[in-house]
Write a protein that binds this ligand. Structure first.
Ligand code: SF4
Length: 127
């Protein structure tokens, strides 16, 4: 792992359980990493959320997207970050796994989308 990746993981791993997807969307998910969802869903919960709000795959874990919504409401986020919660986020590009989202933000690589996909969701740099 390169130096930047090592530093990013050392910072974001303990705080957000970062999985180093390389396309960070924390700003739009109430500072909740969607890659910690067992299905790695980046646009909201699946249909399997249990009545108690826990995950259908890991019954002892609260649904990542319910946590994200609660945090979006509760944390002192920038208003535009709160609005970005409803963005349609593009599919995750697994080719970026393990790379630094910080580098990909600066280079714009994290905003490249698959052919046929509409413009990428507004990015943190555009808030
Ligand atoms: S870089 Fe990806 S895996 Fe890491 S916190 Fe951001 S969204 Fe989650």
């Amino acid at each position: 792992m390169a130096l930047l990746e090592t530093v990013e993981h050392a910072v974001k791993g303990p705080i957000w359980d970062c999985r180093m997807c390389g396309q960070c969307v924390l700003h739009s998910t109430g500072m909740t990493c969607p890659m910690t969802c067992p299905k790695t869903l980046r646009n909201g919960p699946c249909g399997g959320v249990r009545e108690d709000g826990n995950c259908e795959v890991v019954p002892t874990m609260r649904c990542v997207w319910l946590k994200a919504y609660d945090r979006k409401e509760r944390l002192p986020l920038l208003p535009s970050w709160r609005r970005h919660f409803d963005d349609l986020r593009p599919p995750v590009d697994n080719r970026l796994k393990g790379t630094s989202s910080w580098r990909n933000l600066v280079t714009g690589r994290d905003r490249e989308t698959p052919d046929g996909w509409p413009d990428a969701a507004p990015h943190v740099a555009e808030v």
